[in-house]
Design a protein. Sequence first.
Length: 246
Amino acid sequence: MYSFDTGVCGGRVINVPRQADFALDLDAIERAAAVSDARVLFLTSPNNPTGNLTPTADIERLLNLPLLVVVDEAYIEFVSNPQASVSSWVGRYENLAVLRTFSKWAGLAGMRIGYGLLPEWLAEQIWKIKQPYNISVAAQAAAVASLADLDYLKANLAQLLAERERLLPQLQAIRFLEPIPSAANFILCRVRGRNAREIKRQLEHQGILVRHYNNSYLRDYIRISIGRPDQSAALLHALRALETDE
Ligand SMILES: Cc1ncc(COP(=O)(O)O)c(C=O)c1O
């Protein structure tokens, strides 16, 4: 969406590929910033779909660049360590903005409700271009209701994190999968010796939807969302059946 919106606004996108382990390539980002007149750097932590966190030390280094650093923390509520977030740095660094959403942790994806933590100078600019229409009344009501029901939502989050930790070793035990430890509500798995798109298709036949990406970086991967224990059981049952097809 960041590249799409940049295009719509007449901007130019410079993609800097991540390293083989999906860590940011800091040197390459710095080189790209030096040879372009890039004004904004978008980072996501935890990242989608890889699930890895960006170390805050990496973000601190990138904040030295002469551009606005936007850190998308859409999945940060799935991280148990509060030190993983850079939200408390907003204001301390005049070139840092943090984006958050109710879509993931509160399950309000269809409501289109989120927020930004912005330095004051940037908030003033955003007000200038904000349309007079607001987020919908339904979205406001849902967000307020979520905040009033934090204990319930936090208990859901705790269950989801426990399920993620329980599922990981079981996915590791599937011969053709190489799951990547995740800080988000999904686990990206490399598919070894089998066609990832075919695995996605076969799971779909069993009523199990996983994500496959049709691009050169992620062609050999599937992304599995964390669900309830009974859903994990159905997934593992289907994956084990596929193992016997080998
Ligand atoms: C990194 C990241 N940011 C933001 C979003 C979407 O957030 P919202 O629903 O608030 O637009 C997603 C959803 O897939 C995402 O993966």
